[in-house]
Write a protein that binds this ligand. Sequence first.
Ligand SMILES: Cc1cc2nc3c(=O)[nH]c(=O)nc-3n(C[C@H](O)[C@H](O)[C@H](O)COP(=O)(O)OP(=O)(O)OC[C@H]3O[C@@H](n4cnc5c(N)ncnc54)[C@H](O)[C@@H]3O)c2cc1C
Length: 406
Amino acid sequence: MKQHIAVIGGGVIGLSTAYALIRAGHDVTLIEQNADVGLGASYANGGQLSYRYVTPLADAGIPFQALRWMLKPSSPVSLRLRANPRQWRWMLSFLSACTRATNRRNAKLLLQLGLEGQAEMEIWRTEGLDGFLWRQPGKLVLYRNAATFMKAVAGIQNTTLEQALSPAECAEVEPAFAHLVPDLAGGIFSPEDEVADSHLFCRALKIALLNASGFQYLQEKATLLPDTNNKCTLTVGGRHFKTDQIVLAAGLNSREITAPLGIHLPLYGLKGYSLTLRPPAETLPTVSVTDYDNRVVYARLGNTLRVAAMVDIGAEDTIPNTKRLASLRTLVQQTLPKANTDHSSDSPWAGLRPATPTGVPIIGRSSCDNLLLNVGHGALGFTLAAGSAARIAKLVATDQTDRVQK
Ligand SMILES: Cc1cc2nc3c(=O)[nH]c(=O)nc-3n(C[C@H](O)[C@H](O)[C@H](O)COP(=O)(O)OP(=O)(O)OC[C@H]3O[C@@H](n4cnc5c(N)ncnc54)[C@H](O)[C@@H]3O)c2cc1C
């Protein structure tokens, strides 16, 4: 049955949700408070649609590895303890998710969601959604440490979709990184993984939605308040807004939006950085590459190279930290010396990944009968956007008592 659905948030998750709902035949109003869509965490992310590479950060051994990382100035993870109960609660839940069994279970859930997303994205592209520098070059994860490489090889489920490569084979797949061969233990290549520009994807979705009948776009701030009958009321720009159902997809800010309803979302902003380089064309890699030991990702987007990295815990702001950016530039210089020639035009950016402790997003009905949640996609929001959106579109039509959040 056709319904009117309000979606709060114009990042990759909200826009994808709106698109899936329009495709399912509903009327949709998308509410975004910023001047345009895709200016939050979705702006200059790593550009990886790494459907098969979705293992959550929380894993056995990570707390000790994180302590070792702390000693490196270019550490992939930096931790600042704050007198902030929210940070402590999140970290305690994160630590309790750092077991092998929990990691495996959650990796399986994320893989399923990623693969659903890849299939959904293919449908959207086939129907004409374009203009976001999408390519399918495959993803190569490079391992410098033999033990880590062997562990990753042992985790391969399907040897066609994930191929273990020797250092020399890695250089054949992506010659731009060939000079690293002496330092490598090996690599894993997923030929079907994709890359695209997340901000352009948001804009492409907005254009497609504005051309669809039954769609309305509002540049306003949305709030939620408790109502009678176990429902919530949506206000847009301070005015009551009537709608059948609401999908909350406001990234990290979702936790503030649900607080008046007594719904406490376990989200924390994990700060990360990206650089957008404009190297000489012949130095650009084709394949999307992850330098696993440094946790740096490289994706060619058109004629630019997007490099993204680092998790800063305890810095919930989007101010680029000059020391961390300098470390990232040094790492890139060491890894791809020919590509990183002009720092004056490398477009630095910092964003907050809206992360749950387990790395698994919250997708489903809330304790309010008319409110669905599509939040907490952490480091994988672009990869999981289409799959999460398709799940919400299915849920909208189903039983209102099946809740993800009590
Ligand atoms: C450095 C970095 C690299 C990354 N690399 C990758 C990658 O390679 N691949 C990948 O899959 N993921 C990656 N991610 C993660 C991905 O970018 C995020 O998971 C994703 O962007 C989250 O999308 P979102 O729509 O939930 O949040 P956002 O993009 O932040 O969107 C939320 C929107 O809601 C709006 N909003 C908030 N409150 C309100 C309100 N009250 N009313 C109206 N609007 C509101 C905001 O203005 C914002 O536009 C990376 C993230 C970072 C930081």
